[in-house]
Design a protein around this ligand. Structure first.
Ligand SMILES: *[C@@H]1O[C@H](CO)[C@@H](O)[C@H](O)[C@H]1NC(C)=O
Ligand SMILES: *[C@@H]1O[C@H](CO)[C@@H](O)[C@H](O)[C@H]1NC(C)=O
Length: 191
């Protein structure tokens, strides 16, 4: 696993949206790296969360009605502990909003669902790490990103919106008690 953001001294909560045209079909587990986030003054007690929208494709049935058209989508949620305390049982709320169904989320479970697929589109959902639920510190692991971070590959279905849009969640946030996070920032090539 590669986490490109080394030497982060500030922590930020971000939503990334990639240009769909260039990312469709690409494998983000490989060489492709998300851009380094800009330095921020606000902290989330050392926990850094990103949500990358990796693209979507139309699925059957193909219909004329734009808001009834289904799309498969892929995204990646990354939770990284850059702080000084271990994060036990991480839980991240994702504010899904386009009638999404989560079909799989490798490395996490939807805590308010009964297993996949789970409808999350109206109210969003909280994802919890599974089987790896704790994120250790760099100090305790000599900087081992496999123990400090979780990368959750999400696959799902969503509805509506025209081509060339990146349907993002309305928000993401860490819901573990005692952590205070700034509002997420959105980076996007187009909205
Ligand atoms: C288009 O689809 C939406 C969502 O399924 C539905 O609410 C709406 O009535 C449909 N519009 C038409 C013109 O069929
Ligand atoms: C969304 O939240 C509302 C109000 O809390 C609830 O009545 C509804 O069942 C929820 N919908 C889903 C799909 O969970």
């Amino acid at each position: 696993m590669q986490i490109p953001w080394r030497n982060i001294s500030w922590v930020v909560l971000v939503l990334f949206a990639y240009n769909c045209q260039t990312c469709n079909g690409q494998d983000y587990g490989g060489e492709e790296k998300p851009a380094a986030p800009p330095p921020e003054q606000e902290t989330c007690d050392g926990i850094f969360i990103t949500y990358n929208f990796d693209g979507r494709e139309k699925i059957y049935p193909l219909v004329k009605n734009v808001s009834a058209q289904g799309w498969s989508f892929k995204s990646m949620l990354t939770v990284l502990n850059t702080g000084i305390f271990e994060l036990k049982s991480w839980q991240v709320f994702v504010g899904f909003q386009h009638k999404e169904l989560l079909v799989s989320a490798d490395g996490a479970v939807a805590i308010d669902g009964d297993g996949f697929p789970v409808r999350v589109g109206k109210n969003g959902t909280t994802l919890a790490g599974y089987p790896q639920s704790d994120l250790k510190t760099a100090i305790d692991t000599a900087g081992d990103f496999t123990q400090m971070s979780a990368q959750i590959n999400i696959k799902g279905t969503q509805f509506g919106l025209k081509e060339k849009t990146n349907p993002m969640p309305s928000t993401i946030k860490l819901v573990n008690e005692g952590y205070k996070c700034p509002a997420p920032k959105r980076y996007s090539t187009y909205v």
